[in-house]
Design a protein around this ligand. Structure first.
Ligand code: HPA
Ligand code: ZN
Length: 337
């Protein structure tokens, strides 16, 4: 099963590029930029990765991002992730970035986005990985600041497919950003939102109705509202579920308690993703494997999760069909009869 999952052609739809910053690279970039980290070593930093909830993680995650200053830093960060993606046979990836984490420290939007974009283009040519970029607004900041961020991003609109919403969920409902998302949609962006990770099902309803979200990031708390589950099922609104993240941030007490299998069996379009792999103990294959083992997922269910990843992506129909064909060829050869 491990080999089956590692070689499985996969799509990833929920990865914060700042959350792929491994301690080694954090120290390396910090050293060259003269930014001191409050940890003596890579090991000491890794040991600090014990979280009690979303906020306890975010505090460390924003601190880590402080080493990123130059275009090359954003390139190196993204390139390192893409090489890991290649090793795990990720054929397509849709990457979140948090511009406000950088612009609030005086790093210009252009530097952030150009570094990431350049790595994505190189990966397309050199690694054969296609990608889309999603700009996330930090929901703990104001709607006015989100609007400003959107305006700063407009010169780079051709490089950005969608906007999303992340950071501290509870107390910052989607409705706070309804106007910003209206504007984003008028400007031609697709929309997604983190909802129902720690927040209630009501936030998922808001993301759908007020933000026009095409996918729900996490969304695992939808199970508390049967009408919502039926709505997500009948419209096949994808959920980008991140199993290791959910256990690390104590959304579920253990992987055996995770709702992924129940969501799948309820007919929802569930996908598997890594969220912040450098912090949560695994990249995409490790997320598939940990879930498969804890929930005893069948080959058929793993195949369905992988299929959903391509179906739920923002690729066009032709691109989806091409990648789905690769997946089906693999499944027809690799699934034990
Ligand atoms: N939730 C909210 N904000 C985030 C996350 C997450 O899982 N990862 C990075 N920013
Ligand atoms: Zn996330």
């Amino acid at each position: 099963m491990r080999q089956f999952i590692e070689k499985l052609p996969k799509a990833e739809l929920h990865i914060h590029i700042e959350g792929s910053l491994e301690p080694e690279l954090m120290f390396e970039i910090g050293a060259r930029n003269g930014i001191e980290l409050p940890y003596a070593s890579v090991e000491a930093l890794r040991q600090a990765y014990e979280f009690s909830d979303l906020q306890s993680f975010l505090d460390i995650y924003y601190q880590g991002a402080r080493v990123l200053l130059h275009e090359q830093d954003f390139y190196d960060l993204t390139w390192a992730y893409l090489n890991r993606a290649k090793a795990q046979n990720i054929l397509h990836t849709e990457i979140f970035f948090d511009p406000q984490t950088h612009t609030d420290r005086g790093v210009p939007m252009e530097r952030v986005i150009t570094g990431i974009h350049r790595a994505l283009k190189d990966a397309e040519r050199q690694l054969g990985i296609s990608s889309r970029l999603i700009l996330c607004f930090l929901r703990h900041l104001s709607a006015d600041e989100a609007m400003e961020t959107l305006e700063q991003a407009l010169p780079f609109r051709d490089w950005i497919t969608a906007v999303g919403l992340d950071s501290s969920e509870v107390g910052h409902p989607p409705e706070k950003f309804a106007r910003v998302f209206d504007r984003a949609r008028k400007e031609g962006f697709l929309t997604v939102a983190h909802a129902g990770e720690e927040g209630p099902p009501e936030y998922i309803w808001q993301a759908l109705k007020l933000l026009g979200a095409k996918r729900i990031d996490h969304g695992v708390r939808c199970m508390e509202d049967p009408i919502l589950v039926e709505t997500l099922r009948s419209a096949q609104i994808p959920l980008t579920v991140c199993p290791l993240s959910n256990v690390k941030l104590r959304v579920f007490a253990s992987m055996a308690d995770h709702s992924l299998k129940r969501l799948l069996e309820a007919g929802l379009c569930v996908t598997v993703n890594s969220d912040d792999p450098a912090y949560f103990g695994g990249y995409l294959s490790e997320n598939y494997l940990a879930t498969q083992q804890a929930l005893d997922l069948t080959y058929e269910q793993i195949g369905r999760l992988a299929r959903n990843g391509f179906v739920a992506s923002f690729l066009n129909q032709d691109q989806k069909q091409q990648l789905l064909k690769k997946l089906e060829t693999y499944l027809s050869e690799a699934v034990p009869k």
